[in-house]
Design a protein around this ligand. Structure first.
Ligand SMILES: Nc1ncnc2c1ncn2[C@@H]1O[C@H](COP(=O)(O)OP(=O)(O)OP(=O)(O)O)[C@@H](O)[C@H]1O
Ligand code: SF4
Ligand SMILES: [Mg+2]
Length: 324
């Protein structure tokens, strides 16, 4: 992996991860194509990029909902891709996922209490009063109350349902949570509340998050570091503040210029970089840099050779031939 760090600090280390889906005729859709990064203990690692760039596939692979095609995923120094059944079950207690759609991800026939208690039952953690206490505690942690345990998902608003989804993931006391666009489906007025809740829970419970969003503005406030993806590859990765202050990759710059700015004078003056053309197919990605067909800075080499992810300043990584 190109990124150097103190390994003790890292909860996850992802190296050369690939996830290819067969699409018939000996062809593969390269959803995740040689991706490497690490996630520090207790941090929020933001993952952004346009629809279809592979964010959810990474999230699902990290919690073992998908088996990778290639590469390694170290969790506390152990490669989860090599786990046997028993280790997988243990890992399912440590790594959880919160989904985008709080309507589709909760079973409408189960009470909220049973939804939250399901993980406790699957893992045989406890039963009876002890189980009930955990369920009530989790409801309280997410800003709901124990009276809600006997109700059904349809009795709740979108924001409340997402709180139930969060409570469900907390019940088995995980260390790592993949938050896959947890606020995208919510009203803007509710989004900040859910982000604040996730931040409070992180501090209280020492959680580590992978936070997925397709809009850079959504990950800005919650993320310590942000990774920008395009067509299955990492384009840029840096501390959140640095990335927002000083983006370097042409794709990140284009993404930023698409975000409206509050200051109208600045908004009128600044140059918008228009992202022209469609995202190419991940079945036949362009040779060389995957962004070359849409990049205003492309040079001949960009069409021939894929740029490697390089550290261009301390902790700031960029995959672009402009930095060769
Ligand atoms: N189970 C699957 N089988 C086949 N192709 C898949 C599967 N899951 C995802 N893909 C494809 O892999 C690519 C990456 O999909 P993914 O869902 O990871 O993107 P994403 O970045 O999460 O997008 P979005 O922002 O729309 O959620 C897409 O081209 C998608 O069509
Ligand atoms: S490698 Fe070339 S095509 Fe790719 S982002 Fe950099 S300049 Fe643009
Ligand atoms: Mg997704």
């Amino acid at each position: 992996m190109a990124q150097t760090t103190n390994q003790q600090d890292n909860l996850l280390e992802v190296s050369h991860l690939k996830k290819y889906f067969p699409v018939g005729g000996h062809q593969y859709l390269k959803a995740v194509d040689d991706v490497s990064f690490f996630i520090r203990r207790g941090e929020t690692f933001g993952l952004v990029g346009e629809s279809g760039c592979g964010k959810s596939t990474i999230g699902r692979t990290l919690v073992k909902l998908y088996e990778p095609t290639d590469g390694s995923i170290l969790f506390n120094g152990e490669d989860i891709t090599k786990f046997d059944r028993k280790q997988c079950k243990q890992y399912a207690r440590e790594a959880q996922m919160i989904f985008q759609d709080p309507y589709a991800s909760l079973d409408p026939r189960m009470t909220v209490g049973d939804i939250i208690g399901e993980g406790i039952d699957i893992h045989g953690i406890c039963s009876g009063m002890e189980r009930q206490k955990i369920i009530y505690d989790c409801l309280e942690k997410v800003g709901l109350s124990k009276e809600h345990a006997s109700r059904f998902p349809h009795e709740f608003s979108g924001g409340q349902r997402q709180r139930i989804g969060i409570a469900r993931s907390l019940a088995i006391n995980p260390k790592f949570i993949v938050c896959d666009e947890p606020i995208s489906a919510l009203d803007v007025s509710i989004q900040a509340q859910v982000v604040n809740l996730l931040t409070d829970l992180q501090q209280e419970m020492g959680l580590t998050y992978l936070f997925i969003a397709h809009d850079l503005s959504m990950v800005k406030n919650i993320s310590d570091r942000v990774c920008v993806m395009y067509l299955g590859s990492v384009m840029e990765l840096a501390d959140s503040m640095e990335l927002y202050r000083d983006p370097q990759h042409p794709y990140t710059k284009a993404l930023f210029s698409a975000i409206p700015v509050a200051d109208p004078d600045y908004e009128a003056e600044r140059r918008r970089i228009v992202l022209e053309g469609d995202v190419p197919s991940p079945v036949n990605p362009p040779a060389g840099c995957k962004f070359c067909g849409r990049c205003q800075m492309a040079k001949p080499i960009c069409h021939e050779q894929a740029p490697q992810l390089k550290e261009i300043s301390s902790g700031h990584y960029c995959a672009c031939h402009l930095f060769d």
